[in-house]
Design a protein around this ligand. Sequence first.
Ligand code: HEM
Length: 323
Amino acid sequence: MHAAPGAGPRAVALAGAGALGGALAVLAVPVAVLGPLVRAAMYLAVLLAAGAALYLVFVDDGGGDLTEQDRSRSLVAWGAVAGMALVLADLVVRAAAIGGGTLASGIDRPNVEMVLGGRAHVTAVVASIGLMLLVWAVLQRWGMPAAPVAAVLGVVLAVGAFSFVGHSATRGPRFLTVSADILHVATAALWVGGLACLAVAVRARRMAGRLEEAARQVGRFSQVMTVGLTALVVAGLALAAFILDSPGQLLTTAYGRVLLVKIALVSGIVTVAGYNHRRLVPAVHDGDQHSWTRLSRTIRAELVGLVSVVTVTATLVDMNPGA
Ligand code: HEM
């Protein structure tokens, strides 16, 4: 059987119309659904970029081969580029939320002007400057003395940008809530981005048969995260104390119940992380092959758990704490 003349261009035209239809269909998705998804993706991208940069500056022993170094730097660069795009997308979603529910109203001038009149655009600008600094540091391959300094400044700006909006911007003594917010997001970033880099390092070093160096790197990250995790939880509980009027609101409000879900998820991941720290890290140091396989699996499980925590957080920051 022969194709009818003109079927090719018509198929291309139909496919193009389908793609355009798909793009337009996104404009009709309710913002109540799209908003938390965009925000979760934005948090994840920024946490990945900032955390991977912190790992490279403070935790990495510099012993990785070129492939490992390139992959870790790519996590910073792609996280930062995605973060910039998603920070802008978050502004459109915020404008759409003002304009009545679908994404299409997010590009209407009055709605955009209202968002620009608030502080959300300050977050977008400050976070983008921070993320650009991270991309610059990666492009220098950490080779210039200024690159690590630029990376740390980039992390401070990228994670600090979130303290301009949200509940921490309007509750409690400003200095304390902003400090708790920056500490919370920076340590959350170290966990997410650091774990992703550690997964890269473990895979590359195991494949090259450099098990001792892989074990050393696992040990370094585990030690840093013992302090980082304590700071993360203390800062998170401090934020909760500033935002809620009383502990009873944990059970009587929807905000409190979602926060309890988040705390339960974190407790599960901390249990896995504790098992890694106490059992698997010493075992891989002793050269136990089975523990390497288990460690790689639990690192992946931790990462999946952290993605779900960030998704819950994206819903939490949009809720009314009193309701
Ligand atoms: C027991 C542990 C934790 C507690 C009690 C906690 C609590 C909180 C609270 C109360 C907020 C403020 C939410 C709002 O603005 O309404 C917050 C924000 C946030 N949390 Fe957590 N959290 C914990 C762990 C984590 C973890 C493990 C991560 C990710 C790895 C994380 C990531 C974030 C992020 C990204 C924000 C948004 C900050 C912002 O937009 O200013 N948290 N957390």
